[in-house]
Design a binder for this molecule. Structure first.
Ligand SMILES: *Cc1c(COP(=O)(O)O)cnc(C)c1O
Length: 372
């Protein structure tokens, strides 16, 4: 089946008793046992599993082409389950442009438990140099946040296999519509479902999908069930509902983003645009080979520095100044001030999550904001 069909059908079960076409939200925390002590409905207790979470996990596994998925209460909780499943004192290779919330998670929570290096994963020789005897995992994020760097997932996965390492890809920016990371050789895919998958800026959630079930996946499932950072049935329902339109939303998002990137690239008040769909992007050729679409996140540098950048934001009327991404509404943010003082992000950088408004309205808004 094609993604559009999977997105609509893989997460839905017609209700057995009422025949409701849309699977209802099952709020019950507990499930009746049979006379033999078994669980005839297949569920026991909602932290362990529940019908809406199962529907979401089946859908995510089908969309990414993996064997199984695990849903969490946030993207950070999903990533944390991976780090918690590693052997203590093992080493992780991470991108230098890693999502700052996860970089902070490693630095603040795992500093005494794991070893990690934040390196330029866009350079295979540098990745090779950082493989140590205790390296267990290479964590990738492509396109990266907020610099939209692209790394060569296929080449890194080949290197990882040669060295017996796992590769996990944070596929939040790309979504399964724009990047099939298992096809490129990844072992695990992580999503902040808060973003494009739920798609309407009203659910916080995360997920892991595994290409193959194996003992490491069993550990991750243990962290999910016994760690307990699980999403509520309502959150799962909303995420399943959002994913139904993901393939069509991503087409609109990508189309709008390309036009905005081109507009910004030609604007005299802009020093640089970072969008993998532009021929000027340093890894555009690589992006074309490993991505099915270029996504709808972009960043740009405003001429004149931080104050000039903030002025553009404050003049915008349709774009909302807010963090996060992947909703139908366009968002813009001054990324440096979100990330805090250890941020490596240029102070005149604005990050945009291009929404699904009509692109002409977005372009007009940008024009008036620059001219004001
Ligand atoms: C938002 C985000 C996360 C973290 O997800 P939460 O749902 O906020 O915990 C991780 N990676 C990327 C690329 C993100 O954008």
């Amino acid at each position: 089946m094609k993604p559009e069909t999977i997105a609509i059908h893989a997460g839905n079960q017609i209700d057995k008793s009422s025949k409701a076409v849309i699977q209802p939200i099952t709020l019950s925390t507990t499930f009746e046992r049979g006379e033999d002590g078994n669980y005839p409905g297949g569920f026991m207790y909602s932290r362990s599993d529940n019908p809406n979470r199962q529907a979401l996990e089946n859908l995510l596994a089908a969309l990414e082409g993996g064997e199984a998925a695990a849903a969490f209460s946030s993207g950070n909780a999903a990533a944390m389950a991976v780090f918690q499943s590693l052997q203590p004192k093992s080493h992780i290779i991470c991108p230098d442009d890693m999502y700052h919330g996860l970089r902070n998670q490693l630095k603040i929570i795992f500093a005494a438990i794991l070893e990690f290096d934040f390196i330029d994963v866009g350079n295979l020789a540098i990745v090779k140099q950082h493989i140590k005897a205790n390296t267990q995992l290479i964590w990738l994020e492509t396109p990266s946040n907020p610099m939209l760097k692209i790394c060569d997932v296929k080449a890194i996965c080949i290197l990882a296999k040669e060295n017996n390492l796992m590769v996990a890809v944070d596929n939040t920016f790309a979504t399964p519509m724009c990047q099939q990371a298992f096809g490129l050789g990844a072992d695990l895919i992580m999503h902040s479902t808060t973003k494009y998958l739920s798609g309407h800026s009203d659910v916080t959630g995360g997920a892991l999908i595994t290409k193959n079930t194996n003992p490491f996946w069993d550990k991750i499932k243990n962290v999910q069930v016994y760690g307990g950072a699980v999403p509520s049935p309502f959150d799962c329902y909303l995420t399943v509902r959002g994913i139904k339109t993901l393939p069509y939303r991503m087409r609109g998002h990508c189309e709008n983003a390309m036009k905005i990137a081109q507009y910004l690239e030609n604007h005299p008040s802009v020093d640089a645009v970072f969008y993998p769909g532009l021929a000027s992007h340093p890894q555009h050729a690589l992006a074309k080979t490993q991505m099915l679409g270029f996504g709808a996140m972009l960043s740009f540098l405003v001429k004149g520095g931080e104050l000039a950048a903030k002025k553009v934001i404050n003049n915008l009327k349709i774009f909302t100044q807010a963090t996060s991404l992947g909703g139908v509404e366009s968002l813009i943010e001054h990324r440096y001030s979100v990330e805090g003082p250890d941020s490596l992000t240029p102070k005149n950088l604005l990050r945009v999550s291009v929404g699904l408004e009509h692109v002409d309205d977005l372009l007009e808004d940008l024009t008036q904001a620059f001219n004001k």
